[in-house]
Structure formats: structure tokens, C-alpha cells
Write a protein that binds this ligand. Sequence first.
Ligand SMILES: N=c1c2ncn([C@@H]3O[C@H](COP(=O)(O)OP(=O)(O)OP(=O)(O)O)[C@@H](O)[C@H]3O)c2ncn1[C@@H]1O[C@H](COP(=O)(O)O)[C@@H](O)[C@H]1O
Length: 106
Amino acid sequence: MTDTLARLEQTIAARRGADPASSYVAKLTARGVGKIAQKVGEEATETVIAALSGEAHDLVGEAADLLFHLMVLLGAKDVPLAAVMAELDRREGLSGLAEKAARKPD
Ligand SMILES: N=c1c2ncn([C@@H]3O[C@H](COP(=O)(O)OP(=O)(O)OP(=O)(O)O)[C@@H](O)[C@H]3O)c2ncn1[C@@H]1O[C@H](COP(=O)(O)O)[C@@H](O)[C@H]1O
């Protein structure tokens, strides 16, 4: 799963400077961070709508669009996927500590 996102990160990095006529990543990147962020917002909204009123396969499609555009945004801001994964790992560790503390006898 993480491998898929890691491969996508590499593909996006490789395509960013390609010809916008042949690459959606290049075309979107050329329009700037504001446009990329706007696309993330739109895809997030479409994901919410699919979750509330669509079929499961609609949600899968919209979630894929959202993740893809989020990856383009991270790339445009030079934020590596590894940094996001590390933050999730850190939170997982925190939640483990909280669980241990809760289980600790008085
Ligand atoms: N995962 C995706 C992916 N998901 C969605 N999309 C594109 O995202 C676009 C979203 O469509 P929209 O109608 O929302 O956007 P739009 O038509 O540009 O309209 P605007 O809102 O921008 O005006 C479509 O053109 C989809 O093809 C993607 N384009 C590329 N990828 C990945 O990126 C790789 C590199 O793609 P290229 O840069 O095109 O080579 C591909 O091999 C894929 O792995």
C-alpha cells in the first residue's frame, strides 16, 4: 500500500517538469500551488459526497483522486511522503502510550 504511494511520489516527481501537453502532473504543476490546493479541496468535497450518497466504487474512485492530488500538492511543496508517514508513525506511538497509561493499575 505504502509502496504504491511511494511509486506515485516518484512518478509525480519525474513528470513535474514534463511537457504539460502530455502530462497532467506537469499541466497542474504549471498552474501553481494555489490551483493544486484548490483541486485537493474539490476532490475532498467529491469524496465526502461519494461517502454520503454514492456506491462504494464511487468512494474508491474519489479517494484515489484525492490521494493523487494530495501527493501532487506535497510534491509541489517539497514535503516528502516519508515526512507524513513519520508523523503518522509518531501518532501511532503516542496512541500506544496512551493505551498503556490507561491500562496501568492505580
Ligand atoms: N493517478 C493519476 C490521476 N488521477 C487522476 N488524474 C487526472 O486528474 C484529472 C482530473 O480531472 P478534472 O476534470 O478534475 O481536472 P481538469 O480536467 O484538469 O479540470 P480543472 O479543474 O483542472 O480545470 C484527469 O485529467 C485525470 O486523468 C490523474 N493523472 C495522473 N495520475 C498518475 O500520475 C501519473 C503521471 O501522469 P501524467 O502526468 O499525466 O503523465 C500517471 O501515470 C498516474 O499514475
